[in-house]
Design a protein around this ligand. Structure first.
Ligand SMILES: [Zn+2]
Length: 103
């Protein structure tokens, strides 16, 4: 996977284009990603037993994986990701911009 939990990503498509955020959750089956502070929608929640927060609740909605790109923690730029194998056979991500290992 190019993007993992706790990565910082840049939104490149949609209404939040240009925003940065941390990956909270990956929904691989749906090829979507939940990013902190991005793609917030307001939902109206009726007060009823068991609901702690009624009224208008803001929450993040997952966005398509294709709408985000990884920000390299080493060079702090939105980058393309490559892969390479270490000597012990482990597959790691590599920044195509600064050529640093990302994992
Ligand atoms: Zn880099």
């Amino acid at each position: 996977m190019k993007v993992r939990k706790d990565d910082t990503v840049l939104v490149v498509r949609g209404k939040d284009r240009g925003k940065r955020g941390k990956v909270h959750r990956l929904l691989l089956k749906h090829e979507r990603v939940l990013v902190e502070g991005v793609n917030i929608t307001k939902r109206h929640v009726r007060p009823r037993p068991g609901v702690l927060q009624a009224g208008i609740v803001e929450r993040e909605t997952p966005l398509p994986l294709a709408n985000v790109i990884l920000i390299c923690p080493k060079c702090d730029k939105p980058v393309r990701v490559g892969f390479k194998f270490l000597e012990d056979g482990k597959k790691v991500r590599v920044c195509r911009s600064c050529h640093e290992t990302i994992d």
